[in-house]
Ligand binder design. Structure first.
Ligand code: GLN
Length: 537
């Protein structure tokens, strides 16, 4: 029997951005994977950037890093969490990456004198990347970033239209995510923007098979009839998605509304019962009202876009659910701590534990150092992630009297550069894709909290940084009240530190949050939550 052809699910969005297309795509992946299908997922972003590494987090949110070191859009984090699957760089395709390749090919004479054009050259290059990413999978889901009608997204839409024709109707399905506003004055949900959005997509030659209609609140089922009439999508293929109390609910909403059946039928895949018990258990934990709760402070600078810390907050929630405790997240503006005295810092941080997440640049860093100094002195549980480790080392040095201790990222001329530029990184400070990126091994010291938590002594974690602990100062760590508990196999790089005589001062040069899963919380976050529970008493 010949092998089943690869099936493709394309997810587009209309009306406005920020509708949760990524969550919808990830949720479709979740319910298909729950049937034992081998699923891959890819995000196509129309930005001209080559990757997400150079995008400003204030505008774009978290930069997620894959195991093989791609700097990607935060949707890849959702994908990994919803599919419980490690993705690679082929799952992130930005316009810049495609154009870069096309232009390089043109320069190297690959096009043999032909006129290089958006259609067919750019569209073909996009299709090639989609095909490549789908190899070896049963179903490949592709989310097109942005909103249909955006000028910059046109080549992606044309590419998937052609792709659909190429693979044939039975092997490809188009899902369009739209928005339905509620008009208070007339007390009704309005379908016109959704109708227009479908018309716009059809105008580009793409006929949606499934319509996902997002709204603030629950719309009456009667709007489905209207949407169906005006969009030409059958009623059973329209699903209403009001705001969910937790994003993890979306796969179940799709499942309960028969969307998996519509997809499987259309793609001529056999319908089977999904294994969703574990996922349903997760939603129950996410929605439960807990008798006790703890407060974790996140000391950060991008407070007007908390999406910057998406994987961190999801990792905290997962650990709290596993520990059966309610979680309040308190956002602490690191810039506001900068000019405070230690006693003012103490009253500003009224939490059971704190996280200092990753970050770049000068703004707010003195506040993060102060938070770490406070945690070392007061024995407040502390989890440091990448920059959080670096400020932990600076804080320990300053507490021990080296008041000028700093990172060369902040002050090149510091008297005590306890954090230094990594070998090979000098001069690359403003360039894209040049940091130490992706997964590296780390050896854990036997007598450490880290080894106890991981229950192993060799771990693999993902990195994204340019600076590191300066080995010149390593011998002084114990005098400063910290110790190295994780290092690269050649012992040259400090990868983890812990506080001495501290219930939980644990920090890593890597980003453990990228590997946490809603149902499989990460040991370092579990450790923080346990320590915070003990701290609260
Ligand atoms: N700015 C620091 C570095 O480049 C930390 C990076 C991070 O937190 N991801 O080393």
């Amino acid at each position: 029997m010949s092998k089943q052809p690869i099936k493709y699910v394309f997810v587009t969005g209309g009306v406005l951005s920020g509708l949760g297309k990524g969550i919808t795509a990830a949720s479709i992946g979740n319910i298909l994977k729950a049937r034992g299908l081998k699923v891959n997922i890819q995000k196509c972003d129309p930005y001209l950037n080559v990757d997400a590494g150079t995008l400003n987090p204030a505008e774009h949110g978290e930069c997620f890093v894959t195991r093989d070191g791609a700097e990607t859009d935060l949707d890849l984090g959702h994908y990994e969490r919803f599919l419980d699957q490690e993705l690679d760089q082929s799952s992130s395709l930005m316009s810049g990456k495609v154009l870069y390749k096309v232009i390089n090919d043109e320069r190297s004479g690959r096009y043999l004198g032909s006129t290089v054009q958006f259609i067919p050259h750019v569209t073909k290059a996009i299709q090639k990347e989609i095909k490549k990413a789908s190899k070896g999978f049963d179903v490949h889901i592709v989310e097109i970033g942005g909103t249909v009608g955006d000028y910059e997204g046109l080549s992606f839409l044309e590419a998937i239209r052609e792709f659909g024709l190429g693979v044939g109707k039975e092997n490809c399905i188009f899902v369009h995510v739209v928005y339905m506003p509620y008009l208070g004055a007339s007390q009704e949900f309005k379908t016109k923007p959704a109708q227009n959005a479908v018309r716009e997509l059809r105008g580009l030659g793409i006929f949606p098979d499934i319509l996902v209609s997002r709204s603030e609140n629950t719309a009456p089922a009667s709007v489905i009839k209207k949407l169906s009439l005006f969009s030409g999508v059958s009623e059973d293929a329209i699903v209403l998605l009001p705001n969910a109390s937790t994003i993890y609910e979306v796969p179940i909403t799709l499942e309960e509304n028969g969307i998996a059946k519509v997809i499987l039928d259309k793609l001529k895949l056999k319908y089977s019962k999904p294994k969703l018990e574990e996922w349903i258990g997760l939603i129950e934990r996410a929605q439960r009202t807990y008798k006790k709760s703890i407060t974790i402070g996140i000391v950060a600078k991008y407070l007007d876009n908390q999406d910057t810390y998406m994987s961190v907050t999801e990792a905290l929630k997962a650990a709290a659910w596993a520990k059966d405790i309610g979680l309040n997240i308190e956002w602490i503006d690191s810039t506001s701590l900068e000019d405070m005295s230690m006693s003012q810092v103490k009253s500003a941080i009224k939490c059971d534990g704190i996280v200092v997440p990753g970050g770049f640049g000068k703004r707010g860093i003195e506040g993060k150092i102060k938070a770490a100094q406070f945690s070392l002195k007061s024995k407040m549980p502390y989890l440091g992630l990448c920059l959080g480790l670096q400020v932990g080392v600076i804080a320990a040095a300053r507490n021990a009297g080296l008041i000028d201790a700093n990172s060369v990222e902040i002050n090149l001329k510091t008297k005590h550069p306890v954090i230094n530029t990594m070998l090979g990184q000098v001069g690359k400070e403003n360039t894209g894709g040049t940091m130490r990126l992706g997964e590296y091994p780390c050896v854990l010291a036997k007598d450490s909290l880290a080894a106890d938590l991981y229950k192993k002594d060799l771990i693999y974690e993902r990195h994204r940084h340019r600076y590191e602990c300066n080995n010149v100062y390593r011998d002084q760590y114990r005098d400063w009240g910290i110790k190295v508990v994780g290092y690269s196999p050649d012992e040259n790089l400090v990868e983890m530190i812990e506080g001495l005589d501290h219930p939980y001062f644990v920090a890593s040069q890597f980003h453990p949050e990228f590997k946490s899963r809603p149902n499989k919380p990460h040991p370092m976050f579990m450790g923080l939550i346990s320590a915070a529970i003990a701290n609260k008493g």
